[in-house]
Ligand binder design. Structure first.
Ligand code: SAH
Ligand code: SF4
Length: 430
């Protein structure tokens, strides 16, 4: 979601005549779009800001000023504190307020405002005020839903992104068409809780994610569709059928379970049990036997016993995830879990994370090794580390490197996989 928001901000700044630079020392405007989900990400912002301030001072000695802005969830959570901790920040906009970027940058530039903070939870939708989006590469994100009403007890999202809002069907379709017209072959539909999407169509009728996926699949020129992140309790039968019927929908689904223990899921205020989750995975595999699953996990949630943790490992052994993201529980101020009894020792969290990641990596590595010899369509998205190399994605979100020239960039090409490791594949274009 932050990548999507950052891209939209980049388009706004480009429309103002600004150009991107590779070197921060050249930048007249620097914006940090921030994440508050775990403590580490949130704290990093302040060290990054400190470094930006040093560069600002250096540039001032050469007669150049720099506007420093902060956007995203750290702004929403810290509010006035952000200007106290980093008083040299020129503006700070919450994740629902960055549509004001042009006006705010101009006001600071023209010295109409000295400093500006806006963390309103607006009644208006920011999407109504953003300029038309355009594709930056062959693969684009498209936000269809924002905010969350689930209030998992560890999570800051409902407090920083606000209540759940779905964009109207027509708005999403227009943005999707525009992204495809400007070069996207793949769209990744985004929402904090994307499968609870319930946007209105032109006649005012509420439509679900399955309806939207079918509509988007009709767009000529679009070849791949993904959606993320889904909430297990909101996977309905319509959505499962999409994995059977929509050819453009990639056979990969990120469906976070967080923990395999019912006791912990309950304390997390997740609206599903471990069996509910496993049943959904089973149905998805019935709809498309080739589907690869991915998940998020939190280890060391307050009260998590060795037995609870074993239950998480057991789910991994059953589902055999082809990719996953796993984190040590991070205590977030203002969330219910932060003040729960039974906070887990850092060393125990670290050990559990290691054990979990070793197991997850073993399945991921096996899946990647099993890909050797197969031919897969790869969307080349980026230049590789070496000259003459491009990096792309397989339908299963695996990174694949190949020695091919830049003319293959932003194209989908058949590739034979020749080698594999835990994190990536190599292949030859055929
Ligand atoms: N809406 C998505 C997740 C959004 S947050 C969902 O419900 O699945 C992305 C991931 O960050 C979460 O899935 C969770 O694994 C992790 N996360 C969120 N809060 C956390 C915390 N306090 N400590 C550790 N990990 C956290
Ligand atoms: Fe956070 Fe996801 Fe739970 Fe919403 S559903 S509170 S975003 S973890």
């Amino acid at each position: 979601m932050n990548v999507y928001d950052s891209n939209r901000m980049a388009v706004m700044l480009e429309n103002m005549g600004l150009v991107k630079t590779q070197n921060q020392r050249d930048a007249d405007v620097v914006i940090f779009n921030t994440c508050h989900i775990r403590e580490k990400a949130a704290e990093k912002v302040f060290s990054d800001l400190g470094r930006a301030y040093l560069i600002k001072q250096e540039r001032l000695e050469n007669g150049k000023d720099t506007i420093i802005g902060v956007t995203g969830c750290v702004v929403q959570a810290e509010d006035k504190e952000i200007l106290k901790r980093a008083p040299y920040v020129d503006f700070a906009l919450g994740p629902l307020r960055y549509f004001r970027l042009k006006e705010v940058v101009e006001a600071i530039f023209n010295e109409r405002e000295k400093q500006l903070l806006d963390t309103q939870f607006s009644a208006v939708s920011k999407f109504d005020f953003l300029p038309e989006n355009k594709s930056e590469s062959g693969c684009s994100y498209l936000a269809i839903q924002e905010g969350c009403n689930n209030f998992c007890t560890y999570c800051v999202v409902p407090y920083t992104r606000g209540v759940e809002v779905s964009r109207p069907v027509e708005d999403v379709l227009n943005e999707a068409k525009r992204l495809v017209q400007t070069g996207s072959l793949e769209l990744n539909l985004l929402g904090q809780n994307v499968n609870s999407y319930h946007g209105e169509d032109a006649s005012g009728k509420e439509r679900n994610l399955a309806y939207l996926l079918n509509k988007i699949a009709e767009i000529d020129g679009l070849q791949r569709i993904r959606y993320t992140t889904s909430y297990p309790a909101d996977v309905d039968d319509d959505l499962i059928q999409c994995h059977k019927n929509i050819v453009k929908l990639m056979p990969y689904l990120h469906l976070p379970i967080q923990s395999g223990s019912d006791a912990i899921l309950k304390k997390m205020n997740r609206r599903h049990t471990r069996d509910d989750y496993l049943r959904v995975v089973e149905k998805l595999k019935e709809a498309n036997p080739n589907i690869g699953m991915s998940s998020d996990f939190i280890v060391g949630f307050p009260g998590e016993t060795d037995e609870d943790f074993q239950q998480t490992l057991d789910v991994v052994n059953r589902v055999k995830y082809i990719q996953a993201f796993s984190f040590k529980y991070s205590r977030r101020p203002g969330t219910p879990a932060a003040v729960m009894d039974g906070q887990i020792d850092e060393k125990v969290k670290k050990d559990r994370l290691q054990i979990l990641q070793d197991l997850l990596f073993s399945y991921q590595t096996k899946f990647n090794l099993d890909s050797i010899g197969k031919v897969m369509p790869v969307l080349f998205e980026n230049k590789g580390r070496h000259k003459g190399q491009l990096v792309g994605r397989t339908p299963y979100m695996q990174n694949l490197h190949a020695e091919v020239d830049n003319s293959f960039l932003n194209k989908i090409v058949e590739v034979r996989v020749t080698d594999a490791s835990t994190n990536s594949l190599s292949g030859e274009v055929i």
